[in-house]
Design a protein around this ligand. Structure first.
Ligand SMILES: *Cc1c(COP(=O)(O)O)cnc(C)c1O
Length: 386
C-alpha cells in the first residue's frame, strides 16, 4: 500500500538536489570550518556560500544571517536573546497567543526572568490585527514577536503592517517565518523585521539546520557560548553538510514559489471542497483569511481528532492534529482556542498539509477514505450535534 504523506508542516523529505549538494561534506570535505588549513577553508567556503543563499532567500545581507541548529534555536535566540539584550531599555514583550511553542515557551521563560509579556489574540479568522499589536505596545516594550504564517491553520499574518508599526515606534520585530518559507516570499526588508527565523526541514532541507536573520546593528545576547563561531553569536562547530543543504534548499524554494505553489494551492482547494461535499458537519479553520498554499485545518464535528489521525494512519494516510510535538496528548489546540473555537470542536480538528510531491490521485484517495472513517468514529460519539 502506497502511503500518502499530508504532514508537510511537521517535516518534509530532503530533495534529491539538496542531498546531492550535502553528500561531499560528510566524507570528502569534512574539515572544520574554523581550521586555517585547506580542509578548513573548503568547509568555510561552503558555509559562506550557504549563508549567501540564505540571505538572498530572505532579502538580507550575508552578514545578517546567523546559522543555527533549527527553528527552535532561532526562535529562542530571537526572543530570549533579543529581550535580554534590550533589558536595560525596558522589560515588556508583545507576542501572540498562536505562536509555536518555540516562541511561546521562550516568552514564558522571559516572564520567569521578570519580563512582562502581552499575548495578543487573533480574530476568529486566525488573523492578528495590526491595530491590536499597536494597542499592546508600551513605552517599555522592547520586542514584538509575531509569526508570519501559522503552522496549524496556515493563516498569513500582516507582516508589513506590523513591521511598520514596530518601526514607527522603534521596537525590534521578530517573526517566526518557518511556515512561510517556500510558500510565500519572505522579505525582511519589506516586512521591516529585525529578526526572522527559518528552518530547512520545513522546506525540503535537512533537519537540524536553521537560520536567524539579525538586522545589521541589532545584537542578540548569545544563548550558546564557547567559541567565536558565527561572529560570537552562536558558538559551536558548524554542521557543514546541513548548512550546505539549508543553502541549496533556499535556492530551490525561491524557484518553487512560482513552480509549485499554485499547483499545491489548487490541490488543497480540491481537498477542502471535496470534504465539504462528502462529509457533513465540518468546520474549516482559517479559511476566511489569507493562507499559505498547502494547509487545510478541518474539524469533523463529533469525531475525536486524535482517533481520526490514528484511523487514517492505519489506512496509510499521514495527517496531524497540528502541533506535532503534542501528538499523543489530547489537549485541544491553543491556536484554535485562541481563535474562539470551542474545546469540543478543537478536539475534532485534523491538519492536512500538502507538499510539492502531493498528487491529485492522492487527494482523491483521501477523499474516498475519509467519509467512512469519520462516519465510523461519529457512531457512538456523544458530542455529535443533531
Ligand atoms: C517546526 C516549527 C518550528 C521549530 O523548528 P525546528 O527546526 O523543528 O526546531 C518553529 N516554528 C514553527 C512555526 C514551526 O512550524
Amino acid at each position: 500500500m502506497a502511503r500518502v504523506y499530508l504532514d508537510h508542516n511537521a517535516s518534509t523529505q530532503v530533495r534529491p538536489e539538496v542531498l546531492e549538494a550535502m553528500l561531499p561534506y560528510f566524507s570528502q570535505h569534512f574539515g572544520n570550518a574554523s581550521s586555517v588549513h585547506a580542509f578548513g577553508q573548503e568547509a568555510r567556503a561552503a558555509v559562506e556560500d550557504a549563508r549567501a543563499q540564505v540571505a538572498a532567500f530572505l532579502n538580507a545581507s550575508p552578514g545578517e544571517i546567523v546559522l543555527t541548529g533549527g527553528g527552535t534555536e532561532s526562535d529562542n535566540m530571537a526572543v530570549i536573546g533579543g529581550a535580554r539584550a534590550c533589558a536595560s531599555k525596558g522589560r515588556h514583550v508583545v507576542t501572540t497567543s498562536i505562536e509555536h511553542d518555540a516562541v511561546r515557551q521562550a516568552a514564558d521563560l522571559l516572564e520567569q526572568e521578570g519580563f512582562e509579556v502581552t499575548r495578543v489574540a487573533p480574530g476568529p479568522d486566525g488573523r492578528v490585527a495590526p491595530e491590536a499589536i499597536e494597542a499592546a505596545l508600551r513605552p517599555d516594550t522592547i520586542l514584538v514577536s509575531v509569526m508570519a504564517s501559522n503552522n496549524e491553520t496556515g493563516v498569513i499574518q500582516p507582516m508589513a503592517e506590523i513591521g511598520a508599526i514596530c518601526a514607527k515606534r522603534s521596537v525590534p520585530f521578530h517573526t517566526d517565518a518557518v511556515q512561510a518559507a517556500g510558500k510565500i516570499p519572505i522579505d525582511v526588508s519589506a516586512w521591516q523585521a529585525t529578526l526572522a527565523t527559518i528552518t530547512a526541514h520545513k522546506f525540503y532541507g535537512p533537519k537540524g539546520a536553521g537560520a536567524l536573520y539579525v538586522r545589521r546593528g541589532f545584537k542578540c545576547a548569545p544563548l550558546q557560548v564557547g567559541g567565536e563561531h558565527e561572529r560570537g553569536r552562536r558558538a559551536g562547530t558548524e554542521n557543514v553538510p546541513a548548512i550546505v543543504g539549508l543553502g541549496r534548499a533556499c535556492e530551490l524554494a525561491s524557484e518553487d514559489l512560482t513552480a509549485s505553489v499554485p499547483r499545491i494551492a489548487a490541490l488543497r482547494d480540491r481537498l477542502e471542497a471535496g470534504l465539504a461535499e462528502r462529509v457533513p458537519q465540518i468546520v474549516r479553520h482559517g479559511a476566511a483569511a489569507p493562507r499559505v498554499c498547502n494547509t487545510a485545518h478541518v474539524s469533523f464535528i463529533g469525531a475525536e481528532g486524535e482517533h481520526l489521525i490514528l484511523s487514517l494512519d492505519m489506512k496509510g494516510i499521514a495527517v496531524s492534529s497540528g502541533a506535532a510535538c503534542k501528538s499523543g496528548s489530547s489537549h485541544p489546540s491553543h491556536v484554535l482556542l485562541a481563535m474562539g473555537v470551542s474545546a469540543s470542536v478543537a478536539q475534532a480538528a485534523v491538519r492536512f498539509s500538502l507538499g510539492r510531491c502531493t498528487t491529485e490521485a492522492e487527494i482523491d484517495r483521501v477523499l474516498e477514505i475519509i467519509p467512512g472513517v469519520v462516519e465510523k468514529l461519529r457512531q457512538g460519539s456523544p458530542t455529535l450535534a443533531s
